[in-house]
Design a protein around this ligand. Sequence first.
Ligand code: GDP
Ligand code: MN
Length: 379
Amino acid sequence: MNLHEYQARALLKAAGVPVPDGDVAATPSEAEAIARRVGGTVVVKAQVHAGGRGKAGGVKLARGPAEARECASQILGMTIKGLVVNKVLVVPAADIATESYVGLILDRKTQKPVFMVSDAGGIDIEEVAAKTPEKITRLPIDPRYGLLPHQALQLALALYKDWSQAKAAMQILRQLYGVFMANGCTLAEINPLVTTPEGKVLALDAKMTIDDNELDRRPDLAVLRDESSEEQSEVTARRANLTFIKLDGNVGCVVNGAGLAMATMDLVKYYGGEPANFLDIGGSSNPEKVVSALKIITADPNVKVILFNIFGGITRTDDVANGIVAATKQFKVDVPIVIRLTGTNEQEAFRILESVGMTAMNDMDAAVSKAVKLAGEAA
Ligand code: GDP
Ligand code: MN
């Protein structure tokens, strides 16, 4: 789950990281009121789950409340990387001397949180990594010991030569590490971490991703989810307790079990097709789950064929067959459906499908290659 900047900076602030005051607004007049309260020049910032807001015109300086209102009315409702802006953050503008990058990610390769810092901040770190990778210092942290003082010092000195700034950065790195670990983050970054002309170190932007698996035990974090800024098919799937990830291909996949879903996607690719989604309908699939799954998949206009691949263990294949029949009675499915079923109650499942004129097969290769062929013909 991605947090908005205003949510992430609240977590940083609570941990003691110096962030400018300010507040979030949903209307131009709210933005004006916040600007009046904080006084002076303010920055009005689009709150969307995307970087590069600055370049896209979603970060604007405003001299006073009237200009803040004007900026907010321009930014609210605008679209950045396909995401509509519903809220803006209004914060006092800082004078900037230097911009750095400080980030912490959960790294699969080292299986550790890895710090990444760079004195080339402000711009996309992906760009720095691609063009001037030597400007990024990386440091894996052993979670048994946490961020040790000499490590914090090494990272801080990669950012600042000035000793008081380096000390301030060490403190911020420790606080960032604390926030990352305490909230089950997979990513936490500050970009830019700035110095002001007076030499203060401030966090001017914050980005955080929280592991979805953390949310069941953290209702306080779960409420921060903003469904209006997520892929709508993924929101619907989560509500129906389905694990769904939208992809760009045209073969819609309905599979039980994450491993089989991955294998199915591999096989779709093997036969020259492209999966339209990853979808795991779970272990004990009741018919309603199948109906929800079909609704989500058929809502994607790219989908040219739907492929069911069900291995009946705990899942009863007759439940799935009933779900398919129920769904096709509830709404019209315009694309062909290819069904592969095997395992628990498969005879009953075949009978249910045949009774409504549908056919199923047993063999995974045969089903996947047929689905890919049909998708190719329709494309
Ligand atoms: P992003 O583009 O989505 O990462 O949004 P940021 O919050 O990082 O803002 C982009 C850029 O706007 C920063 O790198 C700064 O150069 C500038 N900016 C943001 N806040 C301030 C501020 O308080 N004062 C000044 N002068 N510039 C700011
Ligand atoms: Mn930024």
